[in-house]
Design a protein. Structure first.
Length: 60
């Protein structure tokens, strides 16, 4: 597990989450811990590192 910090696409607060870096590709929805809006997360990892992390607003 690796902690990753990012900005919520709704409230722009910096939040953190633990990423399971043993999974190469991940895509799921997680609620913001500050404003509770759902965030679409797309994560790619390799060699125990986060290669890409995308947090998207899904309520458009």
């Amino acid at each position: 597990m690796k902690e990753h910090f990012f900005q919520c696409p709704y409230c722009w607060e910096t939040i953190s989450m633990l990423i399971d870096i043993s999974q190469i590709k991940q895509s799921y929805i997680e609620d913001c811990e500050v404003c509770c809006h759902p965030i679409q997360l797309n994560i790619n990892t390799e060699n125990n590192e986060i290669l890409s992390f995308e947090a998207q607003n899904i309520e458009q």
